[in-house]
Write a protein that binds this ligand. Sequence first.
Ligand SMILES: Nc1ncnc2c1ncn2[C@@H]1O[C@H](COP(=O)(O)OP(=O)(O)OP(=O)(O)O)[C@@H](O)[C@H]1O
Ligand SMILES: [Mg+2]
Length: 378
Amino acid sequence: MYLKAIALTQFKNYTGGTFEFSPSLNFLTGENGSGKTNVLDAIHYLALGKSYFHAVDQLAIQHGTNFFRVAGSFCKGSEDIKLACVYQSAGKKELAINGTVYLKLMDHVGLIPVVIIAPDDHSIIDEGSEERRRFIDNTISQIDHQYLENLVSYNKVLQQRNAALKQFAYRKTFDSTLIDSLNIPLISYGKMIFEKRTYFLKAMVPLIIKYYSIISGRKETVTAVYHSIFQRKDFLEALTASLEKDLQLERTTEGTHRDEFDFSMNDVPVKKFGSQGQKKCFLLALKLAQRELIANENNVTPIVLLDDLLDKLDEKRALRILELVSAADFGQVFITGTKTSLIKDFIATAENDLRCYSINAGMVLNNGRIQIADTFEN
Ligand SMILES: Nc1ncnc2c1ncn2[C@@H]1O[C@H](COP(=O)(O)OP(=O)(O)OP(=O)(O)O)[C@@H](O)[C@H]1O
Ligand SMILES: [Mg+2]
């Protein structure tokens, strides 16, 4: 599957225009602030109906205007898929497939799988467990539709339970029937989430190990371990035992929303003891594992978006990544960055027939139109 072309209207710094893409490597160059990352985010909008970089859609509307539209044409086997995402100022976001608007955005997730690696992603390793849960949830959601539905339902019940706990504190009351009735769906959705997380993490670990070794060329033993309340206790027992605490803190303190994923290297946490380089490699291994897992389980190769990645790696590692992503079966890749000469040299010496479009995002700004600045084929 690949993206053939994209049309942007009042999307961030793009007033209007169209990009055409190669089914394999696409290299987006241009000065800082020229709009390279914005193109990747537009692709992310089409794939998942939202930005990768901000939660507020309003931020994507070009300043001084009141809506944005991103339209893309995808090729999936023999099928042509046309997607359009429109957001009106303070209004509703709509995603349409071949002219038909989705009733629920959620129904689209997984159809156009995408894996993105962006500069701030180190937070998956460095920050709290919420970032790691988000990464795992994003991965499974693109494979398993039921999982995403369960996750949304779980979060809804969790919010209701937390609201009830707040009300009890405010009114100095307690309603055990209400809590019991919320515990039932919390437990059943939570259990399904737990089972899927267990299954998919198990499938992902060997891929993380494989990619870590390919990228780093080193021998550290890496792994990812899942910790959940369901491994320690019966969930109902845990909810009952923590009720006193929940009432005090006015929130639910046990559940799959507190699950942890620990990434370790030679049996110590990467977060605490990994060097900058080791963390970078681990993150890349995670994302490449995510890509392969989605490809294996979904039978569709995800589109890979690498934002500024090569600029952040030393030349040896950058070349290793280029080799990986340019393999014939890797699928479509978008790379933003400024290392034009490295890419050109790589393509000139590559053994397979690479098609790489170099798109100068900066030119778009200069003349208000989007165009392919330079196409080089091997
Ligand atoms: N809603 C918006 N309306 C207009 N311009 C915007 C909007 N949001 C972002 N921009 C502009 O987009 C530009 C940033 O684009 P982007 O992040 O894609 O650049 P980049 O080419 O990736 O730069 P770098 O090389 O620094 O990563 C900035 O100039 C910013 O002002
Ligand atoms: Mg950028």
